[in-house]
Design a protein around this ligand. Structure first.
Ligand code: NDP
Ligand code: 8X3
Length: 254
């Protein structure tokens, strides 16, 4: 059986971790990327034991401009030919009106969600062009389709992902490289804990009274996008919990 290989950024938690498990369960080899090396090491052992695929991991901060080249160098050294880059690493930090925004929160979101995605995409797109094949899937958000109050900078970063996905698809069209986006609504992960800076009660309350999506729900969709026949590109998938009709409209039981 010939194994395909997926690079997954933000694989230490949430959607990225679920994607790693899902792709491995279908026989894909993996290159896992995140900052928390101990979490990647644990996940690597779990996946290799359970699914008998090859898992490499690289502790890396996508905000560093050189991280794209570091990743390519790592792939070259390990003799890995990747089929897919899943640009998933991302975060929201804070939820406040524009006039009260924290500069540091803004920098973290812009540097991770936009610049990090750019650094990874530039380096891997060059490799895909050289190889003659490849697929980039970006994790956007409902926040990249609709603005909501206090979302300002996070919303802007996800609108940027939406625009970049479209534009990158045009840039890479002549090389036969597919570019897709998966844009989820509310998914219960570490996302809200990060957004609310460790406030567990506030993070939990985001999902009160309705069934949010799980990382596994998004992994299903990402796997579907990645496995479409070669002549098929799924440009964009927006996925919401049934209880969520728009960024702000959620039917809660309580
Ligand atoms: P999690 O917080 O559970 O996971 C985020 C992942 O991103 C972690 O693995 C984290 O790893 C990684 N990450 C963050 N910053 C960096 C960095 N600088 N360099 C490398 N890795 C980084 O949240 P989710 O799984 O929910 O988020 C994944 C993606 O999904 C994000 O892009 C998010 O915007 C998007 N999304 C989430 C939704 C939700 O409701 N949860 C809805 C729509 C989109 P580490 O800390 O180890 O570096
Ligand atoms: C995460 C979903 O609605 O909190 O992208 O922005 S939302």
């Amino acid at each position: 059986m010939s194994h395909k290989t997926a690079i997954i950024t933000g694989a230490s938690s949430g959607i990225g971790k679920s994607c790693a498990q899902r792709f491995a369960s279908e026989g894909w080899n993996l290159v896992l990327v995140a900052r928390r090396g101990e979490k990647l090491a644990q996940l690597t052992t779990e996946i290799e034991t359970e699914y008998k695929v090859k898992v490499d991991s690289l502790t890396l901060d996508v905000r560093n401009q050189e991280s794209g080249d570091d990743l390519v160098h790592f792939l070259d050294k390990q003799n890995i030919t990747p089929d897919l880059l899943l640009n998933n690493a991302g975060l929201a930090v804070g939820l406040s009106p524009i006039q009260q925004g924290e500069f540091d929160d803004w920098e973290r979101m812009i540097d991770t969600n936009i610049k990090g995605l750019l650094y990874m995409s530039r380096a891997i797109a060059q490799l895909f062009i050289k190889q003659g094949f490849g697929h980039i899937i970006n994790i956007g958000s409902i926040a990249g389709k609709e603005a909501y109050p206090n979302g300002n900078v996070y919303v802007a970063t996800k609108f940027a992902v939406d625009g970049l996905t479209k534009s990158m698809r045009m840039d890479l069209n002549q090389y036969g490289i597919r570019v897709s986006q998966v844009a989820p609504g509310a998914v219960e992960t570490e996302f809200s804990l990060v957004r609310f800076k460790g406030d567990e009660a506030r993070a939990k309350s985001v999902y009160d009274g309705f069934q949010p999506l799980s990382g596994a729900d998004i992994a299903d969709a990402v796997f579907y996008v990645a496995n479409a026949p070669k002549h098929v590109n799924i440009n964009d998938l927006v996925i919401m919990p049934t209880a969520q009709a728009s960024a702000m409209l959620i039917k809660r039981d309580n």
